[in-house]
Ligand binder design. Structure first.
Ligand SMILES: N[C@@H](CCC(=O)N[C@@H](CS)C(=O)NCC(=O)O)C(=O)O
Length: 218
């Protein structure tokens, strides 16, 4: 199987999962939105977004689905099964609507839009994102005061998914350190090689830089 990826947040997440699980996949950098590339990828994912997992005669897109597939293939409980599965699904579902969405909103304005020169930062959108972030981060911080990981006693896909945008916080500037338990949890994640540097040894161009003046102050 082949995992098509870029260095952007959701494909980064899928690469980190594959590496954490030591999945039997090959990795190929892709750029389906680049001129001339769409036709090659449309049959693999009609929306053209990454990550995409492909094999002769089939494909799967969406980082969550790919994580589920790779975890099953590896015989791992990284994607929780059994009694822990509802708890994991709870965090995936809540995260997408709350914490991950908030991180995405702010990162899109301060990161993606600036990298790809698709418009000035919309301050109202950043404010809105920071407000959602504040509420969600407080909930996670209280939860992580009582536990090291979101589900059970070891890291799971719920932790990786929740953290999708945090490796990009140099440009997003989310106030993670205002939430000490959350910040501690993220430091624990960064101790995992596959999370900290999923792209080691892979051939993939770096993301376009964000101009200094677009970075959050401080
Ligand atoms: N819901 C999708 C989101 C996928 C997505 O938004 N992918 C973006 C990167 S974060 C993309 O394909 N960007 C073009 C690229 O990276 O070349 C998932 O979880 O996989």
């Amino acid at each position: 199987m082949k995992l098509y990826f870029s260095r952007n947040p959701n494909p980064r997440l899928a690469v980190a999962v594959a590496r954490h699980l030591k999945a039997e996949v090959s990795f190929e950098f892709a750029s389906p939105f680049a001129p001339g590339q769409a036709e090659r990828f449309r049959s693999l994912n009609p929306s053209l977004s990454l990550p995409i997992l492909a094999w002769p005669g089939g494909s799967l897109w969406e980082a969550d689905a790919i994580a589920c597939r790779l975890s099953r293939d590896a015989g791992s409980n990284f994607w929780r099964g059994g009694g822990d599965e509802p708890d994991m699904i709870r965090w995936l579902s809540w995260g997408k609507e709350n914490f991950v969405r908030a991180c995405d909103m702010v990162h899109f304005e301060r990161g993606t839009k600036q990298r790809y020169r698709i418009g000035p930062i919309n301050a109202a959108k950043v404010e809105e994102g920071l407000e959602v972030f504040g509420k969600a981060a407080a909930i996670l911080d209280a939860e992580l005061a009582r536990r090291r990981w979101l589900v059970g006693a070891s890291v799971s896909y719920a932790d990786f998914r929740m953290a999708t945008f945090l490796p990009f916080n140099d440009v997003a500037g989310l106030p993670l350190d205002d939430y000490p338990n959350l910040a501690c949890w993220y430091r624990r994640l960064e101790e995992i090689d596959a999370w900290r540097d999923p792209f080691t040894g892979l051939d993939a161009p770096h993301l376009p830089p964000v101009e200094r003046q677009a970075l959050p102050a401080g």
